[in-house]
Each structure stands twice: as structure tokens, then as C-alpha cells.
Design a protein around this ligand. Structure first.
Ligand SMILES: NC(=O)c1ccc[n+]([C@@H]2O[C@H](COP(=O)([O-])OP(=O)(O)OC[C@H]3O[C@@H](n4cnc5c(N)ncnc54)[C@H](OP(=O)(O)O)[C@@H]3O)[C@@H](O)[C@H]2O)c1
Length: 338
């Protein structure tokens, strides 16, 4: 550890950890106290400022996610923090706000990380909003750009539109000159999507394609985005033009995507999948830097935002996980260590 300035390790550190996975996520996670050594050469001690609970975090606790860390593990995939102390050879200034490395167990009051894996953040911007920067905003951006090359003025349709990804997608689509048809599953979610800039917001239902055609004056929609799965996927497919593409990136219904043979055969619909983890694996460092160079200022300046229902301290991790797994939320659940 660098000894330029005297530093005393924080007396109490907490983290939310689990030693097994199970069907009831709040049953496996618990808040415990722990200690860390001083940062070694090349490391930084980071105080975590905020870390969200995303659906993928809940699925990681239940064992249903696509990548599961070895046990025991600390929960949390993303978040931001502030550098408290650094080890020898680290030039990152103490006090810098940083993005935490993905999948490092962010539901913790403090953590040690390789300083080179920390991404410095500007000082302006709400910590809670910035803590949700790494996963959902790039997902929304890439869903709009990786599958169909849309021209300004074109429509895109998505379900699960009141989710954080859905709202980021609405905001990014508007900036790109695109128009959005947004599908939610309950009427009281409509106003929030309209407030984010959704051009058309509809509740899901068997006649969705007819209502979409009415609302868009029969627009030929080439891209449909689905995070619900089950029969909702087919309703998105039916709302597209012949030859359209549905991209599935989530399965909030817990069901497999269903698309009728008639949609595949007689309407030439294509179904694709998207996982951000694969994009990270394949994208060059320059592509990754370029994407975050676009997104960080937008989030820092409040141009891109996701509503937050409530923040919780780590000591209330069980309540926080229950809230995150409860449908009908008004926004995200975010952990803010005390
Ligand atoms: N593939 C990727 O790389 C990637 C990256 C990021 C996120 N995702 C996925 O994107 C989806 C949204 O994530 P998020 O963080 O934006 O979500 P979020 O803000 O936590 O919102 C959850 C959404 O899921 C809906 N929902 C909950 N239970 C449902 C059910 N049984 N049937 C249908 N809808 C249901 C909610 O609707 P109500 O408000 O009506 O309950 C809400 O719209 C998740 O599936 C997540 O795993 C995927």
C-alpha cells in the first residue's frame, strides 16, 4: 500500500453473500461483516457507492442465469465506487469515482480490485443512476444498432417497455430519430413510458398487431424487441412487416419464446437472441470504449435515466431482493451501502 497519506482501514465492512443457490432468492443471500487487507501493489480499495439489483442478479441467486460464479459468492454484477486507498504503483488518484469491474460482487460496502480494471468516472452525475450504467444502457443501444440498420423516422416495437432497458431504449431511439411502439402489460405503466418519450404506448393483448397498425398508420416495422418471451414474442412478430426481425434479450415471463410456424414461413420472420456478455467477448476495446464514451455523459447529465423505486442498505439485502423480484415495481431497486 502507498504510504504517502495516512490511511485507516474502515472499521466495519459489509457484503451480501451466498453459499448456495435456490428457488427463493432472498433465502440464500445474507449480509455479513468482513475485513479486507490493505491494497497490494497494483490494487485499489474502493468504497462502493451504489449497486443495482437487476433481474439477472436474481436469476444468479436462483441458479437460472447463463453464467454462474463459483460458490461462495458475493452478489451483484455492476456498480460504482470511490477509491479510498491504493497500493504501490497505482496512479489512479484517491477520491476518484470509478465504475466497478463487471461481475466482481458489487453488493459490498468495500472491495479490492485491480486498479487497471477500474474505469474513472466524471465527478458530476447521480451515483445511483451511474451505478446502472454498465449493463442496461449498452444493451438498449446495441439492440437498436446490431441487428437491423434503421433509418431516422423508422419505427421499432418493443415489449417490457417500462423496464430499465425499455426506457433507455425509448430515450436512445428518440436521440437517433427513431419512433417507438412500446408494449407494457399493465395500464398503470403507460404514463412512465410516455414520460420517457415513447411515441406509442399500448398494453399487450391478442389484438396487439391491429392496434399497432392503427397507431402507426400501418407503418412497416422491421425490428421488434422482446424481453418477455412466451406468446408475447409472437405478438411482436405479428406486428412486424414481412421479413422483419425479432430480437429476444430476456425471458421475464419465464417461458420460451413462441413464434407460430405461420410467422416464420408465410411472413419470413427471423428470431435472434442478444446477450451483452457475447458482445463484450467479441467487441474490440475501441468499440467498447466508443459505446461507453457515448453513454457515460448521457447518464451523468441525466439525459439517460431509469426510475428508481427505492434504495436499500446492505443490511436489508433480503427485503431488497424481495422488492427486486416483485412484479409491478415503479423503478429499479438499488443498494446504497451505509
Ligand atoms: N441479454 C442481455 O444482454 C441483457 C442485458 C440487460 C438486461 N437483460 C434483460 O432485460 C430484461 C429487463 O431488464 P431490466 O433490468 O431492464 O428490468 P427491470 O427494470 O427490473 O424491469 C423488469 C421488467 O420485467 C417485467 N416483468 C416482470 N415480471 C414479468 C412477467 N412475469 N412477465 C412479463 N413481464 C414481467 C416488468 O413489468 P411490470 O413492471 O409490469 O412488473 C418490467 O417491465 C430482463 O429480462 C433482463 O434479464 C438482458
Amino acid at each position: 500500500m502507498s504510504h504517502d497519506t495516512p490511511f485507516v482501514m474502515p472499521p466495519i465492512m459489509q457484503r451480501a453473500q451466498y453459499a448456495s443457490r435456490g428457488p427463493v432468492p432472498q433465502d440464500v443471500i445474507e449480509c455479513v461483516e468482513f475485513t479486507l487487507p490493505a491494497p497490494a501493489a497494483g490494487e485499489a480499495l474502493v468504497q462502493v457507492l451504489a449497486a443495482p439489483i437487476n433481474p439477472s442478479d436474481v436469476l444468479t441467486l436462483t441458479g437460472q442465469y447463463g453464467a454462474l460464479p463459483p460458490l461462495p459468492a458475493v452478489g451483484g454484477n455492476e456498480g460504482i465506487g470511490r477509491v479510498l486507498a491504493v497500493g504501490d504503483g497505482v496512479t489512479l488518484p484517491v477520491g476518484t469515482r470509478v465504475v466497478l469491474p463487471l461481475a466482481c460482487g458489487t453488493w459490498s460496502s468495500h472491495l479490492l480490485a485491480s486498479a487497471s480494471a477500474l474505469i474513472p468516472l466524471p465527478d458530476e452525475g447521480d451515483a445511483v443512476q451511474l451505478s446502472m450504467l454498465m449493463v442496461n444502457p449498452p444493451t438498449a443501444a446495441l439492440l437498436l444498432s446490431e441487428f437491423v440498420t434503421l433509418e431516422p423516422g423508422e419505427w421499432v416495437i418493443q415489449n417490457t417497455a417500462n423496464s430499465a432497458v425499455g426506457l433507455y431504449l425509448v430515450q436512445l431511439a428518440k436521440r437517433r430519430g427513431l419512433r417507438t411502439v412500446n408494449v407494457v402489460r399493465r395500464a398503470d405503466a403507460i404514463a412512465g413510458v410516455q414520460a420517457a418519450g415513447g411515441d406509442v404506448v399500448l398494453t399487450d393483448g391478442p389484438d396487439l398487431a391491429t392496434r399497432v397498425a392503427e397507431a402507426t398508420n400501418g407503418a412497416k416495422i422491421r425490428l421488434g424487441i422482446d424481453a418477455t418471451g412466451g406468446s408475447a414474442t409472437e405478438r411482436i412478430a405479428r406486428s412486424l412487416m414481412v421479413g422483419g426481425t425479432v430480437v429476444n434479450y430476456g425471458a421475464m415471463s419465464g417461458e420460451a419464446c413462441k413464434i407460430a410456424a405461420a410467422s416464420f414461413i408465410f411472413r419470413d420472420i427471423t428470431l435472434r437472441g442478444f446477450w451483452l456478455a457475447f458482445w463484450f467477448r467479441n467487441a474490440t476495446p475501441e468499440q467498447q470504449r466508443a459505446l461507453y464514451a457515448e453513454l457515460v455523459p448521457l447518464v451523468a447529465h441525466g439525459v439517460l435515466y431509469a426510475p428508481v423505486q427505492r434504495t436499500y442498505p446492505l443490511s436489508a439485502i433480503k427485503d431488497a431482493v424481495i422488492a427486486a423480484a416483485t412484479p409491478g415495481r415503479t423503478g429499479k431497486i438499488v443498494l446504497v451501502p451505509e
